[in-house]
Write a protein that binds this ligand. Structure first.
Ligand SMILES: Cc1ncc(COP(=O)(O)O)c(C=O)c1O
Length: 396
């Protein structure tokens, strides 16, 4: 029989983070002692007060379809959160709740991009941006950044990348994979470039790691004068509240965009899971201080991993200030042969670490930077220390 699949799916790349995690799981099930530093999720449990809210929702029979864009009291709670944490005055009509921030991003691409519209992706970028933009007919325009600028796009780079076809720029801060955090001054400089253009350029500000931030500063670009109407602020509960499996994300955006996203998901999912939405009210209404313990655990792991990486010859690293990833430059090893294995690029390097050190990482190519690999440090200090010891040995 012929291939029954569409050109659309044939052209789509598999998520390399999920693929590496699946490979690590498979090797583990074969009895290999694999340490997986490949997947991006907290190794904490969802806090009890959120679980209680979900149990209560089950008992109270929240079992029917919710409004497509989310329960009104959840959207009101999200507006309070935007005001409290981000100084943003969204109304419930600006908010759409979706099945994870990933669906929020997918909706945005589908409702805003026409074929051939360009979307600037400062690289490294989160792995799914590229494919989500492509699926909507958009053209991802990668702008490589360097470790010297802490992997942050500069206003000059942004200006140079803009063409008459530029519709949007998408970024995450704190950034997955680099851990970089934009401060207000940096975002103001980027906003000035956007605001002086003749055409309307929109910004997707992915703030899902907002609370996992050690820099002491956080800025939503929508709070910069002139940027509110042209920003789609994306957030969710997956990372901060250890709720990856609950699948709730949300946006704040102008009404025309919010309505379009609602129309879109009305035909695709009918809305997010009702019980998870009820639990999310408890999460977003909570004082972010409840996260202090988890955030300080991440900070101490970040310090540990950065210190250990600095002791490994040939690896170069920036200073990650948030999320739970480090993104060392490993290009020193390209063109070398290690224990009989030729290392041509970051893919070979990541595969070498898997086979020789039993440590699963993700190649930087998946994030638009072919010189780096990504480690997630969402695991115990003991495992992180052992993983870094194995990597050091494998590279010795
Ligand atoms: C930068 C970034 N945005 C969005 C997401 C997706 O979040 P969710 O699990 O809510 O779909 C992730 C998850 O890894 C992420 O790292």
């Amino acid at each position: 029989m012929n291939n029954p699949l569409s050109d659309r799916i044939n052209k789509l790349s598999t998520s390399q983070t999920l693929a590496m995690a699946a490979l690590a799981r498979e090797l583990k099930s074969q009895g290999k002692d694999i340490i997986s530093l490949s997947l991006g999720e907290p190794d904490f449990n969802t806090p009890d007060f959120i679980k209680e809210a979900a149990k209560k929702a089950i008992d109270e029979n929240y079992s029917t379809y919710s409004p497509v864009d989310g329960y009104m009291d959840l959207k009101e709670a999200i507006c309070r959160k935007f005001k409290r944490d981000n100084d943003l005055e969204y109304k419930p009509s600006n908010v759409v709740v979706s099945t994870g921030a990933k669906q929020s991003l997918y909706n945005i691409a589908q409702v805003m991009l026409n074929d051939g519209d360009e979307v600037i992706l400062p690289a490294p970028y989160w792995v799914s941006y590229y494919e989500i933009v492509k699926m909507a007919g958009g053209i991802p325009v990668e702008v490589p950044t360097t470790i010297e600028s802490d992997f942050k796009i500069t206003p000059e780079q942004l200006e140079k990348a803009i063409t008459p076809k530029t519709k949007m720029i998408w970024y995450s801060s704190p950034c997955n994979p680099s851990g970089s955090v934009f401060n207000r001054e940096e975002l103001t400089a980027l906003s000035n470039v956007i605001l002086k253009q003749k055409q309307d350029i929109y910004v997707v500000s992915d703030e899902i790691y907002e609370h996992i931030n050690f820099s002491g500063t956080f800025c939503s670009i929508a709070s910069i004068p002139g940027m509110f109407e042209r920003t789609i602020t994306v957030n969710g509960v997956a990372k901060a509240f250890a709720m990856t499996g609950w699948r709730i994300g949300y946006i704040g955006a102008s009404e025309i965009i919010a309505k379009a996203c609602t129309k879109m998901q009305g035909q695709v999912t009918s809305g997010a899971n009702s019980i998870a939405q009820r639990a999310t009210i408890a999460a977003v209404d909570a004082d972010p201080k409840v996260l202090n313990e988890m955030v300080s655990a991440f900070k101490s792991r970040r310090n540990l991993v950065v210190g250990l990486i600095q002791e490994i010859p040939g690896l170069k690293i920036n200073s990650p200030e948030g999320a739970f990833y480090v993104f060392p430059d490993v290009s020193h090893y390209f063109g070398k042969t290690l224990k009989g294995t030729e290392i041509k690029d970051a893919n070979d390097f990541a595969m070498y670490l898997l086979s020789e050190a039993n440590v699963a990482t993700v190649t930087g190519e998946a994030f638009g930077n072919p010189n780096c690999i990504r480690f997630s440090y969402a695991t115990s200090e003991e495992l992180l220390t052992e993983a870094m010891r194995r990597i050091k040995d494998a590279l010795a």
